[in-house]
Design a protein around this ligand. Structure first.
Ligand code: SF4
Length: 321
């Protein structure tokens, strides 16, 4: 059963390594927490280096950035093997821009021998330069999926943050991947002033003019704020989780069925999820087996986006597979 709160024993054990803040709100109420029920999906953070420097980036990624280091093949392989022993169903990769990482093709080749993979990409120069290297990956029986960032169905607005011509370049990368036979989806920003149907209709028009299928899967993201941002959101207590969520909905939180591997300061660690990699409290362990045992507190401001909007980087629970 998923926990709405940690048990007393877990609370005591965890207090030896984490502050009270992990378990208690500022007013002293027990925080909501989630315990993993499975490892359906394992994410790898390939590093915060990116060819772009978008001011809103939720990873704070930019050229040469090494807040999270580039993950090497030798870093990733043991986690792939451990995840397979734990019954993982899919491997997913995020950055930074994963195709800046020179080991990405080798890592994907190894992962695809076992499971399908998803890569989040801005689909610009780093990906376009590696299109030839991606071709042999189609020979695996496991599928390779790509999710391309098109922030808005508006090239001017997209380019205002990403740089002139980046919308057209990303569309070119997206079309190339589609023509090569890869499954593609698109991530975009949630707009408070436009209904989801209207956003979808605008994207459909763009896809049609680019010679793509109109109904590509769209993944909408709420505002998640850059790393280390001080964002005031309501505290999520154990009572909130019991009152507003059921066991079924708690199972859709990414920290209930996935983990993420990152590299920093020369070491690899397992974080609770892909949405939180700027708070060391969310480093759960160095192995997946241990990381799956640790209940995850919902103290981070991004947890509120999961709680309120169902924010998730995963496609596993969206029926996209
Ligand atoms: S951000 Fe969401 S998935 Fe991550 S730890 Fe918080 S509630 Fe869980």
């Amino acid at each position: 059963m998923l926990l709405a709160m940690g048990t007393r024993l877990e609370l005591e054990a965890d207090r030896t390594i984490r502050s009270n803040d992990w378990w208690l709100t500022p007013s002293g109420e027990p925080r909501g927490a989630i315990r993993a029920h499975a490892l359906d999906e394992l994410w790898f953070h390939t590093g915060t280096a990116c060819n772009l420097a978008c001011p809103f980036c939720l990873e704070g990624s930019k050229p040469g950035d090494n807040r999270l280091q580039l993950l090497r093949f030798d870093d990733a392989m043991p986690y792939i093997d451990e995840a397979l022993r734990l019954g993982v169903k899919r491997f997913s990769f995020t950055g930074g821009e994963p195709f800046v990482n020179k080991d990405i093709i080798r890592i994907l080749d190894y992962a695809l021998r076992h499971r399908s993979c998803l890569v989040l990409t801005n689909a610009t120069e780093p990906l376009i330069k590696r299109l030839q290297q991606l071709k042999p990956l189609r020979d695996h029986s496991s599928e390779l999926h790509f999710r391309i960032s098109l922030d808005y169905a508006d090239p001017v607005r997209h380019d205002a943050a990403r740089g002139a011509g980046m919308f057209a370049r990303a569309l070119e990368g997206l079309r190339a991947l589609h023509e090569m036979g890869f499954h593609v989806s698109v991530a975009h920003q949630k707009l408070s002033d436009m209904a989801q149907d209207a956003v979808a209709a605008r994207f459909a028009e763009i896809f049609r003019s680019a010679g793509l299928p109109e109904q590509l899967t769209l993944i909408e993201f709420p505002e998640l704020h850059p790393p280390h941002a001080d964002v005031a959101v309501p505290q999520i207590t154990g009572r909130c989780m019991a009152d507003f969520h059921s066991e079924e909905t708690r199972r859709s939180f990414m920290c209930s069925f996935s983990r993420m591997v990152v590299k920093s300061n020369g070491c690899t660690y397992v974080y609770a999820c892909t949405l939180v990699d700027d708070d060391p409290d969310y480093i759960l362990a160095q192995t997946l087996t241990e990381a799956l045992q640790a209940p995850v507190s919902m103290k981070h401001h991004r947890c509120y986006s999961c709680f309120k909007y169902g924010a998730s980087c995963s496609e596993v629970k969206r029926g996209v597979d």
